[in-house]
Ligand binder design. Sequence first.
Ligand SMILES: O=C(O)[C@@H](CO)OP(=O)(O)O
Length: 421
Amino acid sequence: MDNWKLKEHPQLSRNNIVAVVVLDGWGEFKPDKYNCIHVADTPTMDSFKKSAPGRWRLLRAHGSAVGLPTEDDMGNSEVGHNALGAGRIFAQGAKLVDLALASGKIYQDEGFNYIKPSFETGTLHLIGLLSDGGVHSRLDQLQLLLKGASERGAKRIRLHILTDGRDVLDGSSVGFVETIEKDLAELRGKGVDAQIASGGGRMYVTMDRYENDWDVVKRGWDAQVLGEAPHKFKSAVEAVKKLREQPNANDQYLPPFVIVDENGKAVGPIVDGDAVVTFNFRADRMVMLAKALEYEDFDKFDRVRFPKIRYAGMLQYDGELKLPSHYLVSPPEIDRTSGEYLVHNGVRTFACSETVKFGHVTFFWNGNRSGYFDSNLEEYVEIPSDSGITFNVQPKMKALEIAERAKKAILSRRFHQVIDI
Ligand SMILES: O=C(O)[C@@H](CO)OP(=O)(O)O
């Protein structure tokens, strides 16, 4: 039988309440004039630092310390919360995909073999974030996948791109599209009918998370599956350049567009018999699209058509829901997380955040697993996020409301651990 028993902590007795507060975006770095946290007035953090000098510790939140491929990889909420929640380091999606591509295992495993029969008469669609940010996806992985799939029989390929500007500089979308267009032209030279079919900015098209705003996914669905969008262009380079010229336009929020042929017909809607791969390795912003692509019963928006496709995720995005059921690379198996230990030891936990970060302190914290371990001992509270605004106009987001709920939870003395972000 598994041993879940935790030893008594040498300093913290069970009657103490532990508050775990994740300050998103807070970090220590070279104290120069470009470091906004260093330059800002931060009396609360300064007083914590001064009042407990022996207990102040810095956590490394990027690179190999959180399971990323190299020390140059910046951290992000997924890998950081996974590592904090599990208390251990697991090789993360970015690294697992690198390894599977390098060894060629990605093409031998179940997921690729599941989609492969569609290559004969159907189209292979690749949907994901076009960026080298390494947070949700990576351009070089997409390039290898395009090459690998075409060498293994994909004769017609359509790419549905989402522009970034959040993990990478705004405006870099143009360069990424030009780069991938060169790869597609090379494939065409080898007789593969490969081109970009649709696109849009990640925060406005497809990549919503935690069911905050299904309209975002619908805009993507209309362009990717139905081949319908308010903007139509002959090429993706032209699309991105032109759309960026609109007032206040930026990569994150570009409107959806489709690429059309000389007759004005969309070049790559998704139809019966096609294969689809969502090539992001990170889960949170792909789960909603995965549901739309996979679930027969679906009522979040009118899909108009629900094509019979072979769909695989780059990874399985939700281990509890087993979603999607087919995937190219096995996700990190994050087991024995702190949350599971705590319920086995009768420790009561309260976790709280706003919608767009809710899964960080639940799903990511618990090893990419949705739901409670034991609802008698845990309480998760979600504060609805603002929708229809961009967070740069409201950067404090719901911090005050979250703090109030956490305060209430602490004062209620019903919990031993209170986590919030
Ligand atoms: O918004 C997101 O998806 C990422 C950046 O791509 O940020 P975070 O890791 O903080 O969730």
